[in-house]
Ligand binder design. Structure first.
Ligand SMILES: *Cc1c(COP(=O)(O)O)cnc(C)c1O
Length: 412
């Protein structure tokens, strides 16, 4: 959805330079077509199988993005009360919401129950007890899955790998039958499914298939013991190509491989993709402020920083950086750095790139997931604006923060 035409980088049919000039920089820009295409690729590949595609809100929780997906019929995977609030504000259907996460508070559980969400993905027995008690107080029955930890290695960055035995997530798959059995005493709970999510940015999906196999065997065992399990939730985690050397699996192929395994089980299949829907659909626009040479390095100093996009600093993540004018080849090797007072503030290191001069604009690619959502006000920098493109049209869907926004709620 991002391509050059006559030397100008476009998002759909809109010039990114026009957006950069009018909306200012730094600025996130998302393609609505790219987001919807990716969501529909999941939905279409699941086809006639009973299913629910629950977009993982934490990847990008901007209201306009959620609203786009809600109108397409998406469900939502949330990890906090704040995310539930956003989904409801965006017009999402609470009956298609699943609530994941290891540390749900009582207030969040009550909000979710009052809103009528579909299912809780639970991660400990203490949490089951809290949900049972809250459901009892409100006079409702809560459907739950245990998030099991299948002990498979997702082969991704250690911070975003979640399916090994020593990770904080889930309940050991071997202990799950006993936990489901003990949960029968909770009269306000109904065991409705089993869930798992083994990590993020997974480029080789065979570990997800391995985990699915283990989860489906567990479900057979639970059903044989008389539990009313009617769905399997296989989480998210499909990776995207951040650089030319990476090959992202096609959503269609991935779901095809999963289908082979789940089809016969007669279950509703739920999946929770985040990154693979919004990641490739967004860029972060930035302006070059200065060029600087040290004896050892060439620096391109830009107006976006680690507070706007932390992935390079936090995960050593690679994001392609392209000029908005002229797709010409690499001319320099430089570090692209922001104004934040940390040596860890970089967007690229030793990068072969265009010879960008002060005043030129750059696009940091594949920034739609885990980009704005991890932005902070570090160094008292207002968070960037966000723009949604639809064909030749675009609009600001979140205004750039002002200095007054920075001190909201504070007193001296
Ligand atoms: C983060 C997360 C997801 C989404 O992961 P992606 O890699 O963005 O697809 C899905 N489910 C759970 C429980 C998560 O924590």
């Amino acid at each position: 959805m991002f391509h050059y035409e006559n030397g100008k980088l476009l998002c759909e049919e809109t010039s990114l330079e026009e957006i950069a000039r009018e909306a200012g920089t730094p600025c996130y820009v998302y393609s609505s077509k790219s987001i919807l295409d990716a969501w529909q690729a999941y939905d279409a590949a699941l086809g006639d199988l009973p299913h629910m595609v629950c977009y993982a809100v934490k990847a990008n929780s901007t209201l306009a993005v959620l609203s786009l997906l809600a109108r397409a019929g998406s469900g939502f995977d949330i990890v906090s009360g704040g995310e539930l609030f956003r989904v409801l504000q965006a017009g999402g259907d609470p009956a298609k919401v699943v609530f994941s996460g290891v540390g749900k508070t009582v207030a969040e559980i009550e909000l979710a129950l009052r809103s009528g969400i579909s299912n809780f993905n639970c991660e400990s027995e203490g949490e089951l007890a809290e949900i049972d008690a809250a459901a009892g107080r409100l006079g409702v029955t809560a459907r739950f899955s245990l998030r099991v930890n299948p002990d498979v290695d997702a082969a991704t960055h250690p911070y975003i790998s979640t399916g090994l035995r020593d990770h904080k997530f889930g309940i050991d798959i071997h202990e799950a039958p006993a936990v489901y059995a003990r949960a029968r005493r909770f009269s306000n709970l109904r065991a409705a499914g089993v869930s798992c999510h083994i990590g993020s940015q997974i480029l080789d999906y065979s570990p997800i298939l391995e985990a699915a196999g283990k989860v489906l065997s567990l479900i057979e065992q639970l059903q044989a013991e008389g539990l009313p399990i009617d769905h399997v939730d296989l989480g998210g985690g499909l990776g995207i190509a951040y650089q030319a050397s990476e090959q992202a699996p096609a959503i269609h192929d991935f779901i095809g491989a999963l289908r082979d395994r789940v089809e016969r089980a007669g279950l509703t299949v739920m999946i929770e993709p985040g990154r693979s829907i919004v990641g490739p659909s967004g860029v972060l626009l930035t302006k070059v402020l200065y060029r600087k040479n040290s004896p050892a390095k060439e620096f391109v100093i830009v107006d976006a920083a680690m507070n706007d996009l932390i992935r390079p600093s936090l995960y050593k993540a690679h994001h392609e950086i392209r000029p908005l004018q002229n797709g010409g080849g690499a001319a320099i090797v430089a570090d692209v750095v922001g104004p934040v007072c940390e040596t860890g503030d970089f967007l690229a290191r030793d990068r072969e790139m265009a010879d960008a001069q002060p005043g030129d604009y750059l696009a940091i690619s594949s920034a739609g997931a885990y980009g704005f959502v991890q932005a902070s006000n570090y160094n008292s920098r207002p968070r960037p604006a966000e723009v949604l493109v639809n064909g030749e049209q675009w609009r600001v869907v979140r205004q750039r923060e002002s200095y007054n926004d920075l001190i909201k709620g504070e007193s001296v």
